[in-house]
Ligand binder design. Sequence first.
Ligand code: PMP
Length: 289
Amino acid sequence: MAERLYHVDGELRPRSEATVSVEDRGFRYGDGAFETMRAYGGAVFEWAAHVDRLEATCEAIGLDHGLSRGDLRERIDETLAANDLLDAYVRLSITRGVQPGKLTPGPAVDPTVVVVAKPLPRGGLSGEAIWADDGPAALETVRTRRVPDEAIPAGAKTHNYLNGILARRELHDADEALVRDGEGYVAEGATSNVFFVTGEGVRTPTTDGPVLPGITRRVVMELAEEAEIPIEEGYYEPAAIREAEEVFLTNTTWEVRPVRTVDGIDREVGPVTELLARLYDERVETACY
Ligand code: PMP
């Protein structure tokens, strides 16, 4: 099989030749922004939201990459087309590139721009759910706390994922870490947002706390509202998650992923999770096909 082609600084290159400089600030310092997206039927789901968040991240870290949204989109479309991909995982990364000097970034930016895409069959209840391979997730509360917004803006999706890596390293027999903020309230997973269901409706930690404003999170909240399921954002203790009727995680690749155990306590995949997963799949269908 031919090698996949990745987009590096405006050129499509075979995967084995798709490399960046060892002096790149993304490699040296995690000085960059990225987005993970999914294409369904060749169309990037929630593209506008992804590019908005990418721009917000670049703004937050003062990375003026000088590329238009159209240019970024074109690089993604070219990567999908070159690899004959319709249903795919897509990652767009922009780093501050190579600069003279050390930690202090200079104003002249020659960004490194990379698009990686690989096949990812459509999930959701009508297809092969992406989480079906791994099954519903086991979630475990970890000691590692979420980096506060005052340290690294929580809304920014930067290359700096050490916080999530340390959280995941703590897991014993689980798929995702339940990460708390500095006060002990639930923030999110290492790469996902957390939802739980009580008799009163659906709950999720507020983005007033150190929580990435997930795009899947926002879509799921809209879907809950449309389905007239009460939804509330707030500050919650881990106990609220442990005692909830249903728990699920959201992110772009997992979509709506049910949780089957929290800190070793088993639970069933419940009807609200199933409904929201189905509605999410219908939203993908309407938006992309
Ligand atoms: N929180 C963190 C820390 C993440 O890395 C992700 C994945 N991007 C999410 C939440 C979920 O965000 P999204 O739904 O936009 O993929």
